[in-house]
Design a protein around this ligand. Structure first.
Ligand SMILES: CC(C)(C)CCc1c(C(=O)O)[nH]c(=O)[nH]c1=O
Length: 310
């Protein structure tokens, strides 16, 4: 029971995977994902050194989703490179994802130089939702910084690289970002990261401790924004740049819709957080039932074929 997919020469036995950040910080969590119905996994975004992250409570769920200000808690790059080497040795034919970022521009180059020098064979995801300079927006909302970073990264980086993008909400931003991304040999873009700086209130109080309760929103409530970002980039990017659709996946229909919008792989975050890795099997069953009912044999029968009203 699976719906296979691929990104370039990387084949995946199933089109579902976790969203970076959820159930993927420690090796034991990655092992559970590795043994699940998911076609692959992506690590929690790694930084050069391990990080504690923000004070708890820092992740909470609410009726229609989740909010988090985790603060990049991770075990540090060496931990993930070693873990990935072990997973790869056990399953030589499987492809995995490593997510990385850093909190200053120069360190972004340093961490990618370390990944480049490693034996990692999978795909690398550069998380562009990181704040760069204090007082400036996150990298992906600063177009010239994004362009400068990608230009310098691709002057030395030869492994397969994708970028994780926050949501955009304006056609001119889709246009500007797509123009930048199309200039680089990216393997894929992953749309979207959580919807930044939401606020969840219970009674009269915020529900997470960091940032006076402000945090990234995920789950059911962000699906329409996620689908729009997947499709907007599908419409604009060169076909060589694949799209991973992440955000708002609660059932098989949501997976189907991400693929209809152009996604080749679909990331699951909040639902994985709430249901555990068994969600991949149920999402796959639901997707297969929809495909059967519609007579679709494979993803390519409907990927990107969203119909407009003429
Ligand atoms: C928000 C950052 C801490 C700068 C990056 C890590 C991250 C986090 C996080 O670790 O707080 N949460 C998200 O929903 N998306 C992210 O990309």
């Amino acid at each position: 029971m699976a719906v296979p997919s691929q990104i370039h020469h990387f084949h995946f036995s199933n089109c579902l995977m976790n969203a970076s950040g959820v159930s993927c910080e420690r090796k034991e969590e990655l092992a559970a994902l590795d043994d699940s119905a998911a076609g692959t996994f992506i690590t929690k975004t790694a930084t050069l050194e391990a990080r504690e992250g923000n004070p708890q409570p820092r992740v909470e769920t609410f009726a229609l989703g989740s909010i988090n200000s985790s603060g990049l808690p991770n075990q540090g790059l060496p931990y993930y490179l070693q873990a990935l080497a072990d997973f790869q040795a056990a399953k030589p034919d499987k492809t995995y994802f490593l997510s990385v970022t850093e909190l200053e521009e120069e360190k972004i180059y340093k961490i990618l130089e370390e990944v480049e020098a490693s034996d990692f064979k999978g795909l690398v995801e550069l998380n562009l939702s990181c704040p760069n300079v204090i007082g400036k927006p996150q990298i992906a909302y600063d177009f010239e910084t994004t362009d400068r970073i990608l230009k310098r990264v691709f002057s030395f980086f030869t492994k397969s690289l994708g970028v994780k993008l926050p949501p955009f909400f304006d056609p001119s931003h889709f246009d500007q970002m797509a123009d930048i991304l199309n200039a680089y040999p990216l393997a894929y873009v992953n749309c979207i990261n959580s919807v930044g700086n939401g606020l969840v209130i219970h009674d009269e109080q915020v529900v997470i401790k960091p940032k006076q309760g402000f945090g990234g929103i995920g789950g059911e409530t962000i699906k329409e924004t996620a689908l729009a970002n997947v499709h907007a980039f599908y419409q604009r990017l060169r076909p060589e740049i694949a799209i991973i659709g992440t955000g708002g996946v609660c059932d098989g229909r949501d997976v189907f819709e991400h693929i209809l919008c152009g996604a080749s792989m679909v990331g699951v975050g909040t639902t994985l957080y709430e249901e555990g890795e068994g969600c991949f099997a149920s999402l796959t069953e639901e997707l297969e039932a929809i495909m059967k009912e519609k007579g679709y044999q494979s993803i390519e029968d409907f990927r990107g074929k969203l119909k407009y009203m003429d």
